[in-house]
Design a protein around this ligand. Structure first.
Ligand code: CO
Length: 208
């Protein structure tokens, strides 16, 4: 993508939108009422809105390296809080993707400086599931399974927050674990059982 063409691209996009609906941007400026909070990877190939077919205003989006939900990450915690408490989203999606560079880096014995603490949270996921992962002989299959397990663990991290527990109980907020398969373009639903996930963590993390 040529940086110099972006403003021309933007103008063409505005013209296209206004041609269909002259008030499109006036309507958009009135406010947002998204039903979904999407938490995904920053990877340039995994474009949240495009892969879901979502239009502006339909998804509240948070992206970082390897779609992590860390309780010390003020940005992620603020996004979840705002989306659940104020935007009142009905669904929170954590979407990982196969061939994730962040997950790959966490599987390697390398000192990556400032990235170490971030990747350590993924290494923690590996440690939690090492019996299952170490049984997978094929490197690529093990890597893909860690992507899936990481998504599930980040969903559990979402469920550990007070506002999510409250919204789950009071208005049936749902949490979904998805993986985007870059190789085929398909979105895969890992069919997370929220009730079971909550039951497993409730003893220790119950807040509401
Ligand atoms: Co990634």
């Amino acid at each position: 993508m040529d940086i110099n063409s972006i403003f021309d691209e933007n103008k063409a996009w505005v013209d296209k939108k206004v041609k269909v609906d002259a008030n499109y941007f006036q309507e958009l400026s009135k406010g947002q009422n998204p039903e979904i909070l999407y938490i995904g990877c920053s990877d340039s190939r995994v474009t949240a809105e495009e892969l879901m077919g979502a239009k502006p205003g339909e998804a509240f989006v948070h992206r970082n390296i390897a779609n992590m939900v860390s309780n010390l990450d003020l940005s992620a915690m603020s996004v979840i809080n705002y989306a659940v408490k104020y935007l009142k989203v009905d669904h929170i999606v954590v979407c990982g993707h196969y061939y994730c560079g962040g997950v790959k880096a966490a599987m390697e014995s390398k000192d990556l400086g400032i990235l170490n603490p971030w990747l350590r949270s993924i290494r923690d996921v590996y440690r939690l599931h090492r019996v299952e992962l170490n049984k997978i002989a094929d490197d690529e299959e093990r890597y893909k399974r860690l992507v899936e397990l990481n998504v599930e663990e980040q969903c559990i991290n979402v469920l550990k927050t007070a506002e999510v527990q409250l919204a789950y109980r009071n208005r049936g907020l749902k949490v979904h674990a998805w993986v985007f398969d870059i190789h085929s373009g398909n979105l895969i639903n890992l069919n997370l059982d929220i009730e079971k996930a909550l039951k497993d963590i409730r003893e220790i993390y119950h807040l509401e």
